[in-house]
Design a protein around this ligand. Structure first.
Ligand code: SF4
Ligand code: SF4
Length: 423
């Protein structure tokens, strides 16, 4: 049965500005200027309207869990009282049948002891953006005067760790950085988890480091990271991208909007209350994410009438023709929607990172096949999948997809890369 569109995660743009000016930032430096028309910080009136919309939405959809992710710009540019007000009001307004969770993604530069105490008190889990050792981080993550942010971010990280916040780490990949050096750096930080992100890119704004048609530098970088991580029994941190791929290969549905199957239940609420699809779509150009919906006048359900919100929601289920032919479509699911964008045909493309995603997933699939017990592998008739085979499958106009969007009948002519431990 098809589920009605619903939202279970609101990304709350608490502040529209940032005290940093990272060169790769989709908010400020990749072609969208909508932040200029927005209030610098969200007002309590808008927070009230949002919380009331969420409370009604949770009741209507009988949601057992709803998450708020405080985001920016830099969310800590909003006053501490705002967060206390927001969390307390949300807990008071959303019914007891729904468990709430709160998360903040910050650049860490403003994270002092008072903030740490507040985050702990309010039960807000913390993620900090930091790209690696100083030289790696400061290549892109600079302030408005072009100065590197490393010392300030690292100080924030240390305070968060010392303050018991057990932060997660968000890292944008720089393929010019030595993966072994980055691994050792992360290992020493001991984060709860790491999210390695591909730089925001489209066919119009290709990823840094992408060269000719044959290379896949992000796959090479990530596979080296995978080798180091999987081979180090003492490394306690999780790397969510690898976990998501392994889950996909095992047939377990994930919760990422960037890789793997599943509908996306995320809405972004801007500082003025505008309801928008995922903010990284701003990389596609000026005003891409604008909608006519706003928490002051619209319900969260109504926002799913917006074509781009609807497309984002089903972006890992409805794929382009090339992706439908792909042997690992159920694991990759076309990659992140913003990365599919091309000016002449919109989003009807594989990810601009297609080669990287394919090589990475094939590499992890071969590791998994080599690792699982032989009787499991033999029983499922699974064979190791090479990058060349996967490339050939999408190149062939008559190739039958191994896996297509759920519910469709498919003809299998090739070994499946997915569900290798299940039916
Ligand atoms: S810290 Fe985040 S929001 Fe601020 S400029 Fe950097 S990427 Fe953009
Ligand atoms: S690997 Fe490429 S073709 Fe396959 S699903 Fe991902 S983006 Fe599409």
């Amino acid at each position: 049965m098809r589920r009605r569109p619903r939202c279970s995660l609101a990304v709350v743009k608490v502040a529209s500005r940032c005290n940093l000016n990272c060169s790769y930032c989709y908010v400020y430096n990749l072609g969208d200027t909508s932040y200029r028309d927005r209030p610098a910080v969200m007002s309590r009136t808008t927070a009230d309207a949002l919380i009331d919309r969420v409370a009604r939405h949770c009741r209507r959809h009988r949601l057992r869990h709803f998450a708020f992710a405080f985001h920016g710009g830099e969310p800590l540019l909003a006053p501490p009282q705002f967060f206390r007000y927001f969390v307390e009001r949300a807990k008071a307004r959303v019914g007891a049948g729904t468990t709430l969770s709160f998360f903040i993604q910050t650049n860490g530069t403003l994270l002092d002891e008072a903030w740490c105490v507040l985050m702990r008190e309010l039960g807000i889990t913390v993620g900090i953006s930091l790209d690696g050792p100083e030289a790696v981080n400061d290549r892109w993550r600079v302030d408005h005067r072009g100065h590197g942010s490393y010392a300030r971010v690292r100080a924030g990280w240390d305070r968060a760790a010392a303050g018991g916040l057990d932060p997660g780490l968000l890292m944008v990949i720089d393929v010019t950085a030595n993966p072994a050096g980055v691994f050792e750096y992360v290992r020493a930080l001991e984060p709860r988890f790491v999210d390695f992100l591909l730089p925001d890119a489209t066919y119009e704004k290709p990823p840094p480091g992408h060269g000719d048609e044959s290379d896949a530098p992000y796959a090479d970088w990530l596979l080296e990271m995978f080798r180091l991580w999987i081979g180090d029994a003492a490394a306690r941190f999780r790397i969510r991208l690898f976990e998501q791929i392994i889950h996909g290969l095992l047939g377990i549905e994930g919760r990422s909007d960037a890789i793997g199957r599943g509908v996306n239940e995320v809405l972004v609420i801007e500082t003025d209350g505008a309801i928008e699809p995922v903010d990284v779509l701003k990389v596609c150009g000026e005003g891409t994410t604008r909608t006519r919906f706003n928490v002051h006048i619209s319900t969260l359900d109504e926002a799913f009438q917006d074509p781009l919100i609807a497309k984002y929601r089903s972006s890992n289920e409805v794929l382009c023709q090339t992706c439908e032919r792909c042997l690992i479509a159920d694991v990759c699911a076309g990659g992140y929607l913003p990365h599919r964008y091309r000016a002449d045909n919109g989003f009807e493309n594989p990810s601009v990172y297609c080669r990287d995603l394919m090589k990475l997933i094939c590499g992890i699939q071969r590791w998994l096949v080599a690792t699982l017990p032989k009787d499991v592998i033999d029983g499922q008739h699974v064979v190791p999948l090479t990058f060349a085979d996967a490339r050939a499958a999408i190149a062939s106009p008559v190739a039958s997809p191994t896996v297509a969007p759920r519910g469709r009948t498919t003809t299998r002519r090739r070994p499946s890369a997915r569900s290798i431990a299940g039916a």
